[in-house]
Design a protein around this ligand. Sequence first.
Ligand SMILES: *[C@@H]1O[C@H](CO)[C@@H](O)[C@H](O)[C@H]1NC(C)=O
Length: 165
Amino acid sequence: MASPKMFMIIAIVAVSVPSILATEHLVGDATGWKPGFDYGAWANGKEFHVGDTLVFKYRAGAHNVLRVNGTGFQECKAADDTVPLSSGNDVISLSTPGKKWYICGFAQQCESGNQKLAITVLAQLRSPSTSPSPSPTGTSPSGATGSTVSRYYGLIVAIVGMVML
Ligand SMILES: *[C@@H]1O[C@H](CO)[C@@H](O)[C@H](O)[C@H]1NC(C)=O
């Protein structure tokens, strides 16, 4: 029989699962968003999922972030009505699947091959079963995937604990 406590648990899980499984991607890691960094290599091998966020960090006024389409990415041109992100700590929510392109609109950085990022956002939710290299014993997850996995199991343990209270 459904109890008020059960509804509360379901509500808490429904609200917290997407945020717990979402990942914040700091573009360029410690380097941030600046010339002389290979953003193609940075994105290579990373998984971007709907619900994740991209964070562009740079000195405000020195760079910016323009969202462009594939043509704009090749030609380093944004549409006339594109509003640049310019705070120096720009957070972009990846809310739809598909290819996304970002360039810097300052001083020919894009034209010289710098400061351009192309990613593909995957539609499905992040899941521990997509772990690229499961260990044979299943006991030693490592790296970013491992932290997602352990957070996921932490959530499961928390839910089971709440149900059994
Ligand atoms: C890409 O954006 C440009 C404006 O910068 C626009 O002229 C062009 O039609 C767009 N291409 C596509 C495929 O949407």
